[in-house]
Design a protein around this ligand. Structure first.
Ligand SMILES: *[C@@H]1O[C@H](CO)[C@@H](O)[C@H](O)[C@H]1NC(C)=O
Ligand SMILES: *[C@@H]1O[C@H](CO)[C@@H](O)[C@H](O)[C@H]1NC(C)=O
Ligand SMILES: *[C@@H]1O[C@H](CO)[C@@H](O)[C@H](O)[C@H]1NC(C)=O
Ligand SMILES: *[C@@H]1O[C@H](CO)[C@@H](O)[C@H](O)[C@H]1NC(C)=O
Length: 253
């Protein structure tokens, strides 16, 4: 698969992870690449069989704002695989202190083409230096999600059921409101999903395009708290499958 993770680093919205798949049929995506963003060697990373890119996407040239991105290609035939855009969070799963240490290493920043302007302060996970105003955290993502879904692109939103920062009940409620707004019917009533003979969470689906899932036993950072369940969920998503409704699922990996 293609996978793009865009991490906004905003305080209030980091727990809701939105995953979007786009099929790039017959399009030679690789040719459009910013080759200067190719990550040649990431310090400490074992030898990998896929290509990875990192750099900045300009958002607002006037104010000089850009978003950092990290993009990973599928190991085989990436041009035939769906594109996943991962908003709010993503798969950084290591511990807070190790992460802070690693991403502040000059050779890591160089490899990732990050911090090109040599910022006068350290990288940290939640920074107050990006000029967010309190009110920015109130900006709704729903209109954006609505536009994506109206283009027939499947969207999955998931929450850890032990997330005490953004409890899943609120997210579940606004997703239901979004479904209502889109005039979607419930195509999958709220039910458990399974992984390795256990209930791995709950899931519901609207209009065959909008899915909300919880991951049992995960807190704010789902892939960190429940890596196997998170991976299984992601793998169902990229294969265009629903989460398993029983414990005997063919490739329950
Ligand atoms: C950016 O790089 C400079 C060194 O060139 C370093 O002192 C600073 O901590 C880095 N800042 C961030 C945000 O990565
Ligand atoms: C954000 O919205 C909530 C709920 O409507 C409100 O209580 C809060 O004051 C708002 N925060 C800001 C900074 O506007
Ligand atoms: C919503 O869907 C129903 C039936 O599925 C249809 O009758 C109705 O016209 C739709 N409303 C809007 C606003 O699209
Ligand atoms: C369980 O999932 C399978 C595969 O998606 C589906 O064929 C089956 O109808 C589902 N069973 C129930 C009870 O929902």
């Amino acid at each position: 698969m293609f996978q793009i993770m865009v991490s906004y680093g905003a305080l209030a919205v980091t727990m809701v992870v939105v995953v979007v798949t786009v099929q790039w049929l017959g399009c030679n995506f690789a040719e459009g690449y910013p080759e200067e963003d190719l990550v040649v060697r990431l310090p400490g990373q074992p030898k990998v069989l896929f290509r990875q890119y990192a750099g900045y996407v300009e958002v607002d040239t006037k104010t000089g704002r850009s978003l950092f991105y990290y993009f990973v290609e599928a190991a085989t035939q990436p041009e035939t695989k769906p594109l996943t855009l991962w908003l709010n969070g993503g798969v950084d799963v290591c511990m807070t202190y190790e992460r802070k240490f690693y991403f502040n290493l000059p050779e890591v920043q160089h490899a990732l083409h990050a911090n090109r302007t040599r910022l006068p302060y350290e990288w940290s996970m939640c920074t107050s230096r990006v000029n967010y105003r309190g009110i920015d955290s109130n900006i709704s993502m729903l209109p954006l999600l609505k536009r994506i879904i109206q283009n027939k692109t499947p969207v999955w939103i998931f929450s850890g059921d032990q997330d005490s920062i953004i409890p899943f009940l609120g997210t579940r409620t606004i997703i239901r409101e979004l479904a209502h707004d889109l005039n979607f019917s419930t195509t999958l009533p709220y039910r458990h999903w399974y992984h390795r003979d256990q209930v791995a969470g709950w899931v519901t689906e609207y209009g065959k395009l909008l899915t909300f899932a919880t991951v049992r036993g995960a807190a704010h950072m789902v892939p960190y708290g429940q890596p196997a369940r998170a991976l299984h969920m992601f793998s169902c998503f990229v294969r265009g499958r629903r989460l398993p409704n029983n414990t005997h699922y063919p490739d329950d990996g």
